[in-house]
Design a protein around this ligand. Structure first.
Ligand SMILES: [Zn+2]
Length: 95
């Protein structure tokens, strides 16, 4: 990318260390400039009926300067240290 990335909280250009789980998630909201809300699908077993139920968790993620996301994008996110009250994950790349 030609544009220089000066975001200190960027996993590729800044000093942000990603550790823990790496997950794939769908962007559901990208209204804020440097953060987005993503949905992580997971399955939950209902013992009573011996069936699986689709559930998802919504989390806030940090979007570094060099990545732009929009609603509906599939992104790879990684766990990092807490960035703000609600954010502890960062977008690594678009898929
Ligand atoms: Zn960057």
């Amino acid at each position: 990318m030609a544009e220089q990335c000066k975001d200190p909280r960027c996993p590729t250009h800044g000093g942000l260390k990603v550790r823990g789980r790496i997950m794939q998630a769908h962007v559901v909201s990208a209204k804020e400039r440097k953060s987005a809300i993503v949905e992580i699908p997971r399955v939950h077993k209902v013992h009573k009926y011996e069936r699986f139920e689709k559930r998802h968790s919504r989390i806030h993620v940090h979007v570094p300067e060099c990545i732009s996301v929009k609603e509906g994008d599939l992104v790879e996110i990684g766990e990092c240290h807490k960035l703000s009250k609600t954010k502890a994950h960062v977008v690594i790349k678009k898929i």
